[in-house]
Write a protein that binds this ligand. Structure first.
Ligand code: RRO
Length: 311
């Protein structure tokens, strides 16, 4: 009733942890068995170690949060040597999220990973909003994204998922470029660039200044973009943005997503993902839907009204 396919990946259900919201190592197993998830997807790793951005790194807003974490991590070599052994085998499907800070870093990062056992796929984070050199410039440009995917694919046989940015001027074109370059799926959306202000101090609330908005506030934007991208590409789309319950999951699937990622909801309630997975069969049964796959891309718009003055 719940299993889904993402290219060569076969997930027992469509719920994946969103990068950055469910740890980088074994802390993912603190609250529940990650085997419950369709896939366990961890926080971004870069080629070189990064300290991350100055605090405060998260502020709450109406309907969501704004983060500027800045990819703190120990770098791929130390990650693979020290943290990865704790993580391997924790989930039925394990996806690492990686990001190059400069174009030439992507293949080097991929070469460090190669065909390491225990990793089922890589999510290429071409869309982080919180670094000086990374993120947005990559994700805005279809040709740059294609070069990244091709460069990574030369160094690793792992299936590649490309995580897209909402601000790309032509997101379907970026998704098409990722697909043509060999990505097995695209995931969207990363957070939306945002600002929180302390008006008395005349300063931004976040230590870095700007950040990325996530949570229920961005769900309608994410639904629109998922729908637009799903219509434009033949590869599966993974929907991300403010999912809090099973109805949210099914809305994304009707809009065109083959699977989803849950992020901010896990920060508020670490048991949100198993709760959502448990809710899904009941929601489907109530609607007489036999399998969650039957919903994918079934959204239909009403016919356009006739032009004024026409019968
Ligand atoms: O670490 C972050 O600041 C961060 C990343 Br890598 C990302 O992809 N999206 C986000 O909102 N924050």
């Amino acid at each position: 009733m719940l299993d889904v396919r993402l290219g060569p990946l076969h997930l027992k259900n469509p719920v994946i942890s969103a990068s950055g919201c469910f740890g980088q190592g074994a802390e993912a197993a603190t609250f529940f068995d990650p085997r419950r998830l369709g896939a366990l997807l961890l926080k971004t790793i870069t080629l070189n170690p990064r300290a991350g951005n100055p605090p405060p790194r998260i502020v709450e807003t109406a309907g969501g949060i704004i983060n500027s974490i800045g990819l703190p991590n120990k770098g791929i070599d130390r990650y693979l040597a020290e943290t990865f052994p704790e993580v391997v085998g924790l989930a039925d499907c394990l996806i690492l999220n990686v990001a190059g800070e400069r174009l030439e870093e992507w293949p080097r990062l991929a070469a460090c990973i190669g065909d390491r056992a225990g990793i089922d796929a890589l999510e290429l984070n071409v869309s982080c909003p919180n670094v000086e050199q990374g993120g947005l410039p990559f994700a805005r440009d279809p040709e740059v994204v294609a070069r990244i995917v091709r460069g990574v694919a030369r160094e690793t046989p792992l299936p590649l998922i490309v995580k897209l940015a909402p601000e790309a001027p032509d997101l379907p074109a970026v998704a098409q470029a990722a697909a043509e370059a060999g990505a097995i799926a695209v995931s969207l959306i990363n957070t939306i660039r945002a600002l929180a202000v302390d008006w008395r101090a005349r300063r931004p609330l976040l230590g870095y200044g700007f950040g990325g908005l996530s949570g229920p506030a961005i769900k309608p934007v994410a639904l629109r973009l998922v729908h637009e991208v799903a219509r434009a590409v033949a590869i599966p789309v993974i929907g991300i943005g403010g999912i809090q319950d099973a109805d949210d999951v099914l809305e994304f699937m009707v809009a065109g997503a083959s699977a989803v990622q849950v992020g901010t909801a896990s920060l508020r309630d670490p048991l949100a993902m198993p709760r959502i997975i448990d809710e899904l069969p009941e929601r489907l049964a109530e609607a007489g839907v036999a399998h969650v796959r039957d919903l994918v891309g079934t959204l239909r718009f009403p016919p356009a009204p006739p032009a004024p003055g026409r019968p």
